[in-house]
Design a protein around this ligand. Structure first.
Ligand code: AMP
Ligand code: MG
Length: 404
């Protein structure tokens, strides 16, 4: 049985990063939420021109020595227009936020510090030289690196790409993640439940998570616990998807065929079981063009192993830079006492909340049993007890993994 760290390393080593063939150019509009596949530079300076950060008056700082300076207004410069005059000694220009600074001016006085009298203005307080001027190129110089490859394009990055007039954006294609639910007992949610039957909830939970990860779920449905049926479903899945997530059939029971079938199909088994609770039977195998995760069937185990192990792998495979792969850990106070058997690294589910300005982990009420899907709802963090630690007292600090 591998430790969590060993399993994580094997998985991250064996799941490939995307290559050139995975890059596509999309329109700016279609790039939102995608992963940038190459660094972007711009041939524009930011700001493009010296401009004003305030509504006020553009002045020559040297004119402000004798207070209160009284200057002649020679021009009005709204945003989007080009100044016509060069400021001479004793002159000012009325200027608005974002408007170009006129030649000769070096400072902007905010409107609130002035007194206007017809075509003259009195400066009531002297700002520092250069105040409220945004200098051309002071944020970014043309040709410098603008955005690195391997980042997700969120709101701020999209605004930067638009400002740089980047109309075609190189991004990685979305991953195709096939979902297979195995088990004779499983039925679709729209079917009546016979004795001993259970709804295939994993297909829905995993599809939602895959979507959240920016990948494309390919729902292959329920496969019964029959070796031939499973083998042909797996064979099809590994040919059509970049990553396969199956659930169930990886434990040590009579009907747990998956690991054997993966080997028969030529898969290289990297992980067969992990000292983690829940999620011990997690199985990972690689095929020439596909990474295969055999998740445990229990709904909590399936999601916890996704959060802990599959997430980093999907991030790598989808093209995110290495600094984003590892899970996000936090050290917070536990509201409740937490218990573990101490033999496996134990993940307990619950919620983070802010109490008096401090973040606290609150254990989900009810049974912390890997079959109890119900109290997993609204989980946004997992508290982690390492091997050997059997409890955390209420109020003590605990390491948590953010999952939302
Ligand atoms: P297994 O890993 O196949 O032994 O399944 C472990 C437990 O998870 C059993 O109680 C299964 O009924 C349940 N289970 C397996 N697959 C699913 C699924 N797709 N959705 C919900 N529960 C499942
Ligand atoms: Mg099963």
């Amino acid at each position: 049985m591998l430790s969590v760290q060993e399993a994580e390393s094997i998985i991250l080593e064996q799941v490939p990063a995307p290559d050139e063939a995975d890059i596509e150019a999309v329109s700016l509009e279609a790039a939102s939420g995608r992963i940038l596949a190459a660094p972007v530079t711009s041939d524009l300076d930011f700001p493009h021109w010296d401009n004003s950060a305030m509504d006020g008056y553009a002045v020559r700082h040297a004119d402000l020595a004798g207070r209160p300076a009284d200057l002649a207004i020679v021009e009005e410069i709204p945003a989007g227009s080009s100044p016509k005059k060069t400021l001479q000694p004793g002159q000012a220009a009325r200027i608005f936020t974002g408007a170009c600074l006129p030649e000769g001016a070096d400072t902007v006085v905010m409107q609130e510090e002035t007194q206007r009298n017809g075509d003259r203005v009195q400066i009531l307080a002297t700002p520092e030289s250069g105040a409220f001027v945004r200098r051309r190129g002071s944020y970014y110089k043309a040709g410098d690196p603008l955005l690195p490859g391997g980042i997700a394009l969120g709101a701020a990055e999209m605004a930067v790409l638009a400002a740089a007039q980047c109309l075609r954006v190189p991004v990685y294609r979305p991953l195709r993640v096939a979902l297979l639910s195995t088990g004779n007992e499983l039925v679709r949610p729209d079917r009546p439940l016979g004795p001993g039957q259970l709804v295939d909830s994993n297909q829905y939970g995993l599809a939602a998570w895959v979507q959240q990860m920016g990948a494309e779920p390919v729902r292959l449905g329920i496969i019964p616990d029959r070796p031939e049926a499973l083998k042909s479903a797996i064979a099809k899945a590994i040919l059509t998807a970049d990553v396969v997530l199956s659930s169930g059939g990886v434990s040590v029971g009579e009907y747990d065929y998956i690991p054997k079938l993966l080997s028969e199909l030529g898969g290289k088994i990297g992980v067969r079981s992990v000292a983690v609770k829940p999620g011990k039977p997690l199985t990972f195998a690689t095929f020439p063009n596909c990474s295969y995760f055999g998740l445990p069937g229990n709904p909590v185990s399936a999601l916890v192993t996704c959060w802990r192990f599959v997430g980093p792998a999907l991030k790598k495979r989808s093209g995110l830079a290495e600094s984003f792969w590892r899970p996000q850990w936090m050290q917070v106070r536990s509201r409740h006492e937490l218990r573990s058997g101490g033999k496996r690294e134990t993940y307990l589910w619950g919620k983070l909340r802010s109490v008096d300005g401090e973040i606290e982990f609150a254990l989900a009420p009810g049974s912390q049993n890997s079959g109890n899907l119900i109290n997993l709802a609204q989980t946004d963090a997992l508290a982690v007890l390492p091997i050997g630690q059997t409890h955390v007292r209420a109020g003590e600090s605990v390491r948590v993994l953010k999952v939302r």
